[in-house]
Ligand binder design. Sequence first.
Ligand SMILES: Cc1cc2nc3c(=O)[nH]c(=O)nc-3n(C[C@H](O)[C@H](O)[C@H](O)COP(=O)(O)OP(=O)(O)OC[C@H]3O[C@@H](n4cnc5c(N)ncnc54)[C@H](O)[C@@H]3O)c2cc1C
Length: 494
Amino acid sequence: METLAHALPLDAIRFNCRAIDVQISPNSFPIVHLDDGTTIYSKVVVGCDGVNSIVAESLGVRAPSFDSMGRIRVVTTYPGKGHDFGNKSSRVTSTQIVLGRIPINHNLVHWFITYSRHGVKSLVLERGELLRSEGAALAMWTNGWRALDALGVGETLRHKSIPIHTVTDVCFEEGRQRSIPIGRDEVRCLKRSDLMETLGESLPPETIRFNCKVVGVTISPFSHSAVHLENGTTISAKVVLGCDGVNSAVAKSLGLRNPCFDSFAAIRGFTSYSGKGHCIGNQIIRLKNDRMVVGRLPVNHNLVHWFISRAWVPQDCEISKEPKLIKEAALGAISKFPDEITEMVKSCDQSCLSLTQYRARSPWELLVRTLHKHSVTLAGDAMHAMGPYTGQGCAVGLEDSVVLGRCLGLAMRGCHEESEDQTRVRISMALERYVKERKMRVIRMASQTYLVGLLVKPSFSPLKLIVLVVLLLFFGGLQGGTQYDCGTLLSPKS
Ligand SMILES: Cc1cc2nc3c(=O)[nH]c(=O)nc-3n(C[C@H](O)[C@H](O)[C@H](O)COP(=O)(O)OP(=O)(O)OC[C@H]3O[C@@H](n4cnc5c(N)ncnc54)[C@H](O)[C@@H]3O)c2cc1C
């Protein structure tokens, strides 16, 4: 790369320029849009921006599909006398892994490990006809991006959203405004459909089976678990992972109660600002009064995800079933907010609107209850539903998937050479290790979210002060925990 770069004229390369879109028109030169809001007019655009090419996307070319193989590459330096591998490259192959070595010079060696990313065959049972993307979009913080990187889809998703640099809180009735830079965190707002589709596409074909509603699981220490579907079918499985959300049938089979209802609910939607784009830039803007919060997050320069967080009322049960009623309820709730907010809701995409009451499993239940039994365990909201006050539920669920993949991958290695009983013991121990590794993390995040919820809801001021002190002293602030690193799928976290 350096040699090629030196061959170019001075200043030909401009760093920190992430292209997010190319506008192609037959009547004018192409326009390249960067994620910092800059636009560049160019006579010719050549996209050499890799597998997740934005230019290819602008030309209507689909992203390349994922292969079932992954590769880790490293370079090791042997200082002094150098390595003793001579001029020979070598390669060792087993059923699942290829380990290779290529000398670069007498001191440097390039190593690679090629491995199957789908070592454990799995089946995803989804009750819906399609992947579910209700809730429009979500904020993804550093810990979530680390998990997405470990799952191999981080780069693909980064191309679908712009970075957010600031959170601005506006108390418009009192005329107060405060902007806090996000600092070293990576925050982006992802469309849920982008997240679900990218994760779905990274799976081997036919892994997801639609229209399969799980109604319960029979758990046995002596045989495979039996997963019962609504249509009467039973599927026998070596491992059952319940990631079936807040009303998890698998959690019930493990003896857990349903998460409790909160007194608050959110209306969520999208508004598209084609042409000149929106004016909120790369910031999250939260407009508050004493009863509700209206939040706006940019997905890209044209699309804004917004939410209205307000008290749940009994009529919401009926309203939540009909997008037209949700829109009316949204407009009613924000009637005293500035005109630009009303305009935003008026011109939203009605088909993406949702109204959801918050649910949460208490940290206490997470502490005292068994979160796995033999070959059955939970992940995501099924295990640790938490309110949206810290915007962490999905990210923590993604962390679960990485830790579980790592624990199971280690346990299943070599299990084809042993009896079924031995495999069952291995799996049970792997799930125990997974739950042990996750327990304190999810209890911490659930507790933090609960406390932040107390702060943002109307309540007694001295209580708020105590909550704030607890958050600052024990949780690293309102948004603590976002630097958590769940590690990779392969090696245990160092
Ligand atoms: C208002 C609001 C805002 C939020 N904002 C954020 C945010 O900004 N950032 C963030 O990280 N998190 C956020 N969250 C939390 C996040 O939405 C959840 O934590 C996340 O969606 C949980 O993912 P999951 O896969 O565990 O469950 P779900 O998203 O509920 O998915 C469960 C899946 O299982 C399927 N399913 C359910 N039951 C069955 C069954 N019996 N059989 C078969 N399939 C079944 C469902 O159809 C669905 O596809 C927010 C939540 C709310 C309510």
